[in-house]
Design a protein around this ligand. Structure first.
Ligand SMILES: NC(=O)c1ccc[n+]([C@@H]2O[C@H](COP(=O)([O-])OP(=O)(O)OC[C@H]3O[C@@H](n4cnc5c(N)ncnc54)[C@H](OP(=O)(O)O)[C@@H]3O)[C@@H](O)[C@H]2O)c1
Length: 328
């Protein structure tokens, strides 16, 4: 059985999480990390027992690396991914896949042309509790979804240089946090017929509060919000004709899923999970590559396009622009 060598680009919060998660992924080895700074790379490499590169290009040029995980701020996702694909690497790139639909399509076209695997690292899609909630809906036991509510908000300390608030680093609540409730609505209800959005724009010109209402066939709706200035409950409730499913906190990695039928007793679904849950998406990467698939059927290129196109539309409505990353 082949062992796949992973490289990680970036050394921040999420890079550390994935380095730990890879220990739980079969046929996988964290082989190298790259930072813009040699000593940062060396420190990370010493902690995680891998090779260190002082530039992202050097890592992409290493012929022994099979898969690259991109863990840089949003604005670099497209260029980092294109560079790795051009060197023939498979890529798992953090969410949001890129800043706009045009960039996501460039990445997908490049992967298709090169015949390599590419996926947005939307870890929530691979969480067994979320998958269980989706199967409960699909079983039809609770009837059709009528209303989904979901939110994600955190009171972030204000720092204009930080990627959450910096306009240059594509700050704002929508692309960082609102993406999760939006994903949940798309995953549970599909592509909406209508999108209506409103936002509060903070001192640095990014959305510190964002609200989204999605409209579906019949009278079904999703009501979602995200925030950088309010610690919200992070809960998702899927109200159906014959009961509801509640899960959270948090919407991105729920600790508990509860099925509440209108008739009968509530059922807690406490699936025991291991690790930090980031391993599940990486396991799917290996499965796809072994099967010769370039896009995952679980979170496909089309799924990522629907998600980013929805965020482009929301940005259009709230007037949120990022220099160099126009929504067209
Ligand atoms: N799936 C999840 O649960 C999850 C959670 C958090 C974040 N994320 C996503 O992961 C990405 C990174 O987030 P993070 O929280 O890990 O960010 P972070 O802690 O700020 O780390 C980002 C890393 O990117 C590199 N980088 C390259 N250019 C940079 C620049 N101009 N400014 C700052 N850093 C730069 C840095 O590594 P070097 O200095 O070593 O080059 C830095 O350590 C984001 O797109 C975010 O949406 C996902």
């Amino acid at each position: 059985m082949k062992t796949y060598n992973w490289g990680i680009i970036g050394t921040g919060f999420i890079a550390q999480k994935m380095a730990a998660a890879l220990l739980l992924v079969p046929q996988s080895k964290l082989y190298a990390v790259a930072s813009r700074n040699s000593s940062t790379a060396a420190n990370f490499a010493a902690t995680h027992n891998c090779k260190a590169y002082g530039s992202y290009e050097e890592l992409a040029n290493d012929p022994d690396i099979d898969i690259v995980y991109i863990a840089t701020p949003h604005n670099y996702h497209c260029e980092n991914t294109l560079m790795c694909i051009s060197k023939g690497k498979h890529v798992l790139c953090e969410k949001p896949f890129a800043v706009n639909g045009r960039e996501v399509r460039l990445m997908i076209d490049a992967a298709r042309e090169k015949g390599v695997f590419l996926m947005e690292a939307l870890w929530t899609r691979f969480n067994p509790r979320v998958i269980h909630a989706k199967s409960s809906i699909e079983s039809g036991r609770l009837g059709k979804i009528k209303l989904l509510t979901g939110n994600l908000g955190d009171l972030k300390p204000f720092d204009p240089e930080n990627r959450f608030f910096s306009k240059q680093l594509i700050g704002g609540s929508l692309l960082d946090m609102g993406i999760y409730p939006l994903f949940m609505a798309l995953f549970m209800l599909g592509k909406p017929k209508t999108i209506k959005a409103a936002a509060g724009i903070g001192a640095t010109g990014v959305d510190t509060n964002c609200s989204i209402t999605l409209g579906y066939e019949d009278d079904a709706m999703a009501i979602l919000h995200s925030s950088l200035v309010a610690a919200t409950d992070g809960v998702c409730v899927i109200h159906c004709e014959k009961g509801k499913i509640e899960f959270g906190p948090s919407i991105y990695a729920p600790e508990k899923v509860t099925l509440v039928p209108l008739e009968g007793n509530p059922e807690d679904i406490t699936l025991e999970l291991t690790g930090n849950y980031y391993q599940y998406e990486a396991i799917e990467v290996i499965r796809c590559i072994e099967a010769g698939e370039t896009s995952s059927p679980m979170w496909s290129w089309d799924d990522s396009i629907v998600l980013i196109d929805s965020m482009d539309e929301i940005r259009r409505q709230i007037g949120l622009t990022y220099e160099g990353h126009d929504i067209g």
